[in-house]
Design a protein around this ligand. Structure first.
Ligand code: PEP
Ligand code: MN
Length: 445
């Protein structure tokens, strides 16, 4: 299809991971309403992010992408958004200093409400119901009514995304993101946590750098505000199609529900509806690549999604698991770079490292997460290619969903505060620790 496809044309391609709505009239009404609503992001902002991702692909910037596996409407509160943003900003400062380069800050938020599931059904105590597919589709509660897909939820996605993004925009431009403030939070983290002593040296160095800037009277605007972008997996055809608009400057389609959107591991078929849709939008985009991805898959995706080989347009987000990353990633990167394909490589060290604990929680080991990032760096360093960044599932709160880290959370502690409705997230402390450990990897150069 050379022109932007209709929703019907995309449905003809049989998109995977879609809900079956009982009432098609209600779906149409929602889609019509969404089409008339204002954009959440602007095409020019998407272009600016694309230019930054081009710098990432050249090794001149580092990408930090983070947020919940699945946002929920109930968690759209000022406290929750602020805590998440604060930790992301704290992580970014550490990475910026260690890498001596800009960190592109990309929230996995303001739209991350639709989830692919490995099974259409969920069984508990002999009762089988449709799986929870994210707040965009149905409710988490385990009752037949709650699990019926409700198209009206797509309007709630829009409204909650707008509220989240509005708060984020206010925070990052209104003084909250001031570099000196963010660094002071990092110092608090190091003071409070005995196990964080190993990160003290870097904090002291940042102190000195800031003191130096103060001494010479430098007080740039960049101290007070940062650029922050939104991203989500563009999964739900009705929502993403309705939120795609033709930009008046360029006459081209942009997804205006988030700056960056990605295709998940389960929906990246070359002839599938998602890849077709993504091939038309102008946003910077990502594709997840797991252990079954071949170099030819990657080349096919690049040819279809970025035929002009535009730098910054395409990001490959690799998620192999700690055990497979070293062997699995190398041939992929080698062939893709030998073909001269322009791509930013990002490590998702979360999705290949999920398992069920003996007491029944879906969890991840902090050490596996770190090991996968290390493997990702090792592969790129040995090939002379660029380890461009990390994607983490994290929260600003002190949840207990992943095992390990300095607090040494064990399996028993998962029961204390497990709040995720889908995948386990790094908590505040684990996220900051990850930032310091990745900073050390960046520094080793
Ligand atoms: C995710 O990012 O939450 C996800 C479902 O990832 P993947 O598509 O890589 O499995
Ligand atoms: Mn996830």
């Amino acid at each position: 299809m050379s022109t932007f496809p209709s929703l019907q044309q995309l449905h003809d391609l049989k998109p995977l991971q879609q809900p079956t709505y009982p009432d098609s009239g209600a779906v149409q009404a929602t889609v019509d309403r969404l089409r008339g609503l204002p954009p959440l992001v602007f095409a020019g902002e998407c272009d600016a992010l694309k230019a930054k991702l081009a710098a990432v692909s050249r090794g001149e910037a580092f990408l930090l992408q983070g947020g919940d596996c699945a946002e929920t409407f109930a968690e759209v509160t000022a406290d929750n958004v602020r805590n998440k943003l604060r930790v992301l900003l704290q992580m970014a400062v550490v990475l910026t200093y260690a890498g001596s380069m800009p960190v592109v800050k990309l929230g996995r938020l303001a739209g991350q409400y639709a989830k692919p599931r490995s099974s259409d059904l969920e069984t508990r105590d002999g009762v089988t119901l449709p799986a929870y597919r994210g707040d965009a589709v149905n409710a988490f509660e385990f009752t037949p009514e709650a699990r019926i897909p409700d198209p009206g939820r797509m309007l709630d996605v829009y409204n909650n995304s707008a509220a989240t993004l509005n708060l984020v925009r206010a925070f990052v431009t209104g003084g909250y993101a001031d570099l000196r403030q963010v660094h002071a939070w990092n110092n608090d983290f190091i003071r409070e946590s005995p196990f964080a002593q190993r990160y003290e040296q870097m904090a002291t160095e940042i102190d000195r750098a800031l003191e130096f800037m103060k001494a010479i009277g430098a007080n740039p605007d960049e101290f007070r505000g940062v650029d922050f972008y939104s991203s989500h997996e563009a999964l739900l055809m009705e929502y993403e199609h309705a939120m795609t608009r033709i930009d008046s400057r360029t006459d081209k389609p942009y997804n205006v529900s988030g700056h960056f959107v990605w295709i998940g591991e389960r929906t990246r078929q070359l002839d599938g509806a998602h890849v077709e849709y993504f091939s038309h939008i102008q946003n910077p985009i990502g594709v997840k690549l797991g252990p079954t991805a071949t170099a030819d898959d990657a080349l096919g995706l690049a040819a279809k999604l970025n035929p002009d080989n535009e730098p910054g347009r395409l990001t490959f987000i690799t998620r192999f698991g700690a055990e497979k990353i070293r062997e699995g990633l190398a041939p992929l990167v080698e062939k893709v770079s030998a073909e001269g394909v322009s791509v930013a490589w990002i490590s998702d060290p979360m999705h290949g490292n999920t398992f069920t604990s003996s007491n029944g929680y879906k969890t991840r080991r902090f050490d596996d997460v770190i090991d996968e990032v290390q493997g990702f760096f090792d592969v790129h360093r040995s090939l002379g290619t660029v380890p461009g960044g990390v994607l983490v599932e994290m929260t600003g709160d002190d949840v207990t969903e992943c095992i390990g880290g300095g607090e040494e959370l064990d399996e028993a502690s998962l029961a204390h505060r497990y709040e995720s409705v889908v995948d386990p997230r790094l908590n505040r402390v684990q996220s900051l620790e990850l930032a310091y450990l990745v900073a050390e990897m960046l520094r080793r150069g």
